[in-house]
Design a protein around this ligand. Sequence first.
Ligand SMILES: NC(=O)c1ccc[n+]([C@@H]2O[C@H](COP(=O)([O-])OP(=O)(O)OC[C@H]3O[C@@H](n4cnc5c(N)ncnc54)[C@H](OP(=O)(O)O)[C@@H]3O)[C@@H](O)[C@H]2O)c1
Length: 372
Amino acid sequence: MPTNSILILGGYGNTGRLIASLLLQETDCRLVVAGRSLVKAEAAAATLNAQAGSPRVTAAAADAADVSSLRRAMAGCSLAVIASSTADHVAEVARAALDTRTDYLDVQFATAKVHALQRLASEIEAAGCCFITDGGFHPGLPAALVRHAAAQFDHLQRAVVASVIKEDWKRVEIGISTAEEMVRELAGYQALEYRDGAWRQARWTSLWLPQMMDFGPPFGRQYAVPMFLEEMRGLPGLYPDLEAVSFNVGGFNWFVDMLVLPLAMVAMRIAPTQALGPMARWMLWGLQRFSRPPYGTVLRLEASGKVQGQPKRFDLTLSHADGYWFTAIPVVASLLQVLDGSARRPGLWFQASIVEPQRLLHDMQRMGIEIR
Ligand SMILES: NC(=O)c1ccc[n+]([C@@H]2O[C@H](COP(=O)([O-])OP(=O)(O)OC[C@H]3O[C@@H](n4cnc5c(N)ncnc54)[C@H](OP(=O)(O)O)[C@@H]3O)[C@@H](O)[C@H]2O)c1
């Protein structure tokens, strides 16, 4: 069987280069690292080849806004990992993948991107391609954790997932397009939680007096507010006894949470085009200026239900010192299931819905995620 070649768009960014490094470690695939700068792609490929000890990585220039450059980069690849902050260009990227019959996995958090892909779902299936959207940490893991929890119960009744992300942003170089994508999504996010038989707007009390969750040391109890993820939408249909389910997100730091995000929400409603750039730069500044240790990323699941008629509780805490590793590891653990065919099916899927959760957790633990 020929060795797979995988394109990583954004392959020299924070997330992309860790995905590349783990793919070299976990598979025998060849990689093509791409972005708009051939010079940066070549430098990343050289570093990765030195890590691999053999020339498994090549470089390419590709712009997500330019379908023909994408088609050239994807030619000869069986899969494209979209680790670039290019949710705005999902139509071009999907078109190139369909034209070249390339499988696809993206990591961006952008509701409009999911809707754009959903409009292409029947074309994706007809082309025989496997498209996986919302890969990574969150989106990417929360609904998979709920699926894992469901296997521990006869009747799963309640599942709350929450994250805390405390990154030392001073040591991270983030592109302005990435910060703009964060602002666009956070300013327009939906605070939905599932209760009383439907996805409903969170009560104002849970936004102003958010629930506290115990993330364990070193973070202890932290507040977290509901944030709707598309991957969660189908869970009540899968588990009919589910009375309450939600994903909740913790804050960045007081300055970003209390000043930048509320202002961004208003500004993005009044003048989105003019506000986006300044808000993104202000957010980056706020992240770098006000984030304080301890640093680390935690994902916590609290589930309850019944086993043989008796009430039972099941909690799980996943953590890693670095949020970017915590994004790359689930992507590569999911790709292992795609590459061996067990999670490769034609059509459009969420990472959280196509993977087998127990193996995912096992592989993530092996790659460095701490699981308690
Ligand atoms: N699901 C999750 O858990 C999760 C977690 C973290 C991040 N993310 C997402 O991952 C993405 C990358 O984040 P990051 O922090 O790694 O960003 P980053 O370090 O700023 O890297 C972004 C990469 O995208 C490339 N890029 C930007 N525009 C491009 C274009 N038009 N065509 C081709 N490449 C382009 C950049 O290269 P050039 O600018 O040189 O082209 C760079 O390599 C973002 O969408 C972010 O929201 C998801």
